[in-house]
Design a protein around this ligand. Structure first.
Ligand SMILES: Cc1ncc(C[n+]2csc(CCOP(=O)(O)OP(=O)(O)O)c2C)c(N)n1
Ligand SMILES: [Mg+2]
Length: 400
């Protein structure tokens, strides 16, 4: 007889999801997380993240960001954006995690973090600038305490751990002051969690007990590769071999995410070391506007997840509390429509950047190689200016 287990139970059997809101909106008590989000719960530190007003705020945030997302997809189809990566279906995971962070925290997002951006005060048109290719970043990471979007999978983890270790060395953490001690939130997907960089980051974070929280949105897909191929065990279990505590939460439940991320960041800032959260959610749209998800996943799967819609779930919860009315719902929809229209108009007014701007910002000081490359590039693009002039002359019927 082997000392090894011969069968591995299914992922769901191995670890249940933490859920505070069922898909029908019913609230399940959870003593530990209730103490984090509700001032009235025993053990609370006095913060109230789940007042009716806040809940309505999360609802509005999710409605707004979904409208911006759908408008961005339309703008890509109209040729106004090079690409768009939709976050449809992941609104609760992102609005929950974004609002769980404290102002002084530093967040390191991927390329699909539109709800995080919204919660951190980054206007949606700044995201569009990047996807239109007219900006190299879009915002000041120091001002908004949110790193630029990064497409290199898994790179968020070492950047976040490095930042967190820097905080330790600068003494910006570990004073025991929740209001000022800083923690770092690294965001990455289920697919990215298989990158070596994430494992290496776990090693550094655990060895140095860095104030960092790793937050994976397991949206079930890495382009066409299902999460079941990434791991035989729940992703949440991956960090435990490093001694990094972890939880698996329902990522379509804004309260569960809010509680888990706030608890993890506060533990990290209090000197308890790194934490890992797997938020189980679903990528409702295709991977990007360049992808056709119907080629690799069944429509019935999308329908099943549609019934777990995070926005509908919070609305049902607010209805059960008697804290939402038709007028509020209509107002949110109107504001969301106005936002979409603003984005639509804004994009037509976006100016093309200076084509050699990328050389200006390569280094803080001038550099002879960069200068030579700038000159070379100016000569290169000058050829097209001649061609453009010729085209225009032809259109006017002149001899070029
Ligand atoms: C290092 C690296 N390898 C490959 C890619 C190409 N790529 C972009 S997104 C993606 C899938 C990522 O899936 P996941 O981490 O689950 O995030 P999601 O897109 O689902 O949000 C791949 C393979 C990349 N950007 N970076
Ligand atoms: Mg994924």
């Amino acid at each position: 007889m082997s000392v090894f287990a011969t069968t591995i139970p299914s992922v769901a059997e191995q670890e249940p999801l933490i859920q505070l809101l069922a898909p029908d909106g019913t609230r399940t008590p959870h003593p530990e997380l209730d103490a984090v989000i509700s001032a009235a719960a025993p053990g609370s530190d006095g913060d109230d993240l789940a007042t009716p007003e806040r809940l309505r705020g999360y609802y509005r945030d999710m409605v707004m960001i979904r409208a911006a997302d759908l408008e961005a997809t339309s703008l890509q189809r109209q040729g106004q954006l090079g690409l768009w990566a939709s976050a449809l279906g992941q609104e609760a995971a992102q609005i929950g995690a974004g609002h769980a962070s404290r102002e002084q925290d530093y967040l390191v997002p991927t390329y699909r973090e539109h709800g995080i951006a919204w919660a951190r005060g980054i206007e949606p048109w700044r995201l569009l600038e990047s996807f239109r290719g007219v900006s190299h970043g879009g915002w000041d990471p120091n001002e908004l305490r949110t790193h630029p979007y990064m497409i290199v999978l898994g790179s968020q983890a070492p950047h976040a751990v490095g930042y967190a270790m820097g905080l330790q060395r600068d003494g910006v953490v570990g004073t025991g002051e929740t209001a000022t001690d800083t923690a770092v939130l690294a965001l990455f997907g289920d697919g990215a969690s298989s990158e070596g960089e994430v494992s290496e980051s776990f090693t550094f974070a655990a060895s140095f007990q860095a104030p960092v929280v790793f937050f994976t949105q397991n949206n079930q897909w890495a382009i066409s590769v299902p999460a079941s191929v990434q791991s035989r065990v729940p992703l949440a279990q991956r960090s435990r071999g490093w001694g990094i505590p972890s939880v698996r939460v329902d990522g379509n439940d804004v309260l569960a995410v809010l509680g888990a991320v706030r608890a993890a960041l506060d533990a990290a800032r209090a000197g308890e070391g790194p934490q890992f959260i797997e938020a189980v959610t679903y990528r409702m749209a295709a991977h990007t506007t360049s992808d056709d998800a119907s080629r690799y996943r069944p429509a019935v799967e999308e329908q099943e997840w549609g019934e777990k819609d995070p926005i509908l779930r919070l609305r049902r919860h607010l209805e059960q509390l008697g804290e939402i009315d038709e007028a509020f719902i209509v107002r949110c929809d109107e504001e969301a429509h106005e936002l979409a229209m603003e984005l639509h108009h804004h994009i037509h007014g976006m100016e093309d950047p200076d084509p050699v701007g990328m050389f200006t910002h390569a280094y803080a000081e001038p550099h002879p190689i960069v200068e030579a490359e700038r000159e070379q590039y100016l000569e290169y693009i000058a050829q097209f200016e001649d061609e453009n002039e010729n085209d225009k002359a032809e259109q006017r019927g002149e001899q070029a």
